[in-house]
Design a binder for this molecule. Structure first.
Ligand code: NDP
Length: 325
């Protein structure tokens, strides 16, 4: 396993990590969740990603039980949560001080840990002054309940605003952002945030490296029952990502993966990890074999030469152009 600093922060994250969205407490049994965590940890993965909204809190409950059971040395792993969607009533959504404090306490209980290593504002909240959120995050750090805080899917401008507030009041600024990043979805990471990496040392924990499984190539032959795209309630996801164009691109990428002695998901994951502004690629898996295959993507990293990357680029045809901004 390779470890990278989380941007300019001192803490190190494994370049591959494990997330629990749609799987823990929902699609998969608790036994499979346990096996996924065991396989991850034994492969050197040291970061487990979670959020209060995943399976309405059940994902954190399941992960908490597994952490209790394994009883790994607390210094050997990082666990996260995210605050934003907590419920339907007033004060159960967003990033007010009340929300952030209560959500953190609830996540600590569900995960059965004394502190969260990483805590994310899951989305920006236009109804809360940014000062209120930054002060709340700073308080949680001072109280030892979280160690690093960051954002998810905030614009570069919103991140800089939060950073500016932190600097103005001598508070701890956001350390990391969690954006979507994969072969089909590149603008934020490669363009919009590009000045933030050098400028404020932003770390990134990127999500959906396989575009929800589409980049595994398995949808070329239709949608089978036991896949994410077949799940009820995820029609919006299917419409966004399971397009004819994307399926055609995966078919064109397959020979490159095969030439390198790898599988398509391995190529897609290694491609994300090849970007040095990615601190960690958060993997998702509904089966242990998928996770094992995906972890082996690391072996592909040295084989992604400039020539190979150029061939991939010629297929993707979506390299972000600076003129767009
Ligand atoms: P991916 O894009 O990698 O999708 C993972 C899914 O793809 C798996 O659950 C599985 O679904 C399928 N899959 C994985 N590996 C293979 C394989 N080798 N062959 C075939 N199919 C495969 O990642 P996720 O979308 O799950 O995102 C990863 C993590 O990122 C999440 O768990 C979460 O922690 C985080 N995240 C954060 C968000 C945010 O807003 N901050 C939003 C979304 C995710 P199946 O078997 O069901 O088809």
């Amino acid at each position: 396993m390779e470890y990278r600093r989380l941007g300019s922060a001192g803490v190190q994250v494994s370049v591959l990590s494990l997330g629990s969205w749609l799987t823990f407490g929902s699609q998969i049994s608790d036994d499979i969740a346990e096996e996924l965590m065991r396989v991850s940890y034994e492969a050197g993965i040291n970061f487990f990603d979670n959020a209060e909204v995943y399976a309405h809190g059940r994902s954190e409950l399941v992960m908490g039980k597994i952490l209790q059971k394994f009883n790994w040395d607390r210094s050997t792993y990082l666990v996260s949560s995210k605050v934003y969607w907590g419920g339907d009533k007033p004060n159960q959504t967003g990033l007010s001080r009340k929300r952030v404090m209560e959500a953190c306490h609830a996540a600590l209980k569900r995960l059965q840990v004394e502190y969260l290593d990483l805590y994310f504002c899951h989305r920006p909240d236009k109804n809360t002054p940014i000062e209120e959120t930054v002060f709340a995050m700073n308080t949680l750090i001072q109280q030892g309940k979280i160690l690093y805080w960051g954002t998810s899917e905030w614009s570069a401008q919103q991140i800089m605003e939060a950073y500016g507030v932190a600097r103005q009041y001598n508070l701890i600024p956001p350390t990391m952002e969690q954006p979507q990043y994969n072969m089909f979805h590149r603008n934020r990471m490669e363009l919009e945030y590009s000045r933030l990496f050098q400028g404020i040392g932003l770390g990134t924990t990127i999500w959906s490296p396989l575009a929800s499984g589409v980049l595994s190539g398995k949808y070329s032959s239709g949608i089978s029952e036991d896949t994410r795209m077949a799940r009820k309630g995820l029609e919006w996801l299917k419409e966004t990502v399971l397009t004819e164009e994307n399926i055609a691109k995966t078919a064109q990428l397959l020979p490159i993966a095969q030439e390198l002695g790898a599988t398509l998901p391995q190529l897609a994951i290694a491609w994300c990890a090849k970007n040095p502004t990615v601190s960690t690629v958060i993997l998702g898996a509904s089966k242990v074999a998928q996770l094992q295959e995906n972890i082996a993507a690391l072996e592909l990293l040295p084989k992604l030469t400039g020539e190979i990357l150029a061939r991939v680029e010629a297929i993707l045809q979506n390299k972000p152009e600076p003129t767009q901004y």
